[in-house]
Write a protein that binds this ligand. Sequence first.
Ligand code: RUB
Length: 282
Amino acid sequence: MEKKLEKTLKKIKSLEIQGAQEIAIESLKVLRELAEKKGFDSEFINAANKLIKARPTGVSVYNCLKIVKKEKTLESIDRILRYLEKAQEWLAYNGSKLIKNDMIIMTHCHSSSVLNIFRRAKEVEHKNFKVIVTETRPNLQGLKTARELVKMGIPIYYIVDSAGPFFMAAADMLLVGADAIRNEGILNKIGTYPLALAAREVGSPVYIAATKDKIDYDLVSKIEDRPDREIANPRELEKTGGEIENPAFDLTPWKLVTAVITESGILGRKEMDVLLEGKFEI
Ligand code: RUB
């Protein structure tokens, strides 16, 4: 079991398991196995805390495990896993209504929530649209998004991150996921903020696809610093004495966000403010 936990932690830290939703699901699954064998004692709590800390920006794992730590039942884990699945179906249902034929939509990084919207719009609602996909340096999660979209039969344009603002004028909307939703704005993959600024400049709407487990009710989310080695040629830079900064996420302020696509509907700032005052309950 130790080994399984360590393996999952390694995959989360190396981004083999990535995106807030997938990280939460895989964390719950490994903890379920642990709890089944050993119960909910200190070993479980230690494992849960390690999984929460593995990626400190996404709050889904924290919110879900807060419930499990309190209830200490396998049923609570199963209930949350069922919720995560159902909530994604509703989010996709709500979000796909925004997609119209012939639209061009820009996305950034790899968000399963965004992909679920695209999948429903294409496969269930048979809409024809194109997606501009940014490569998402330094780990190229955009490539994963591009592959999945091509597999769904959705035409894509794959671009370097710095071309995002240049192509924004051609996009009808920016649609991205979220790791944490806070009073100040949305935390998502680094590079989301400049894309949102560009969207405002050209008058394109900015939609965030995120279920309510992404709300940072307890203000625990921190912007994760990733290792220097992820940035190409760090040694070349070191020779010059320069320092590397590699934050994995940035904050897009609410004034740049049109609305959040959730499992309960497409919600504006005021409705999100009400949710931010509450707590995660399922
Ligand atoms: C992934 C990322 C995604 C959000 C939402 O970053 O920023 O947009 O996590 O994803 P990383 P989802 O690749 O560093 O984990 O909708 O799947 O929860």
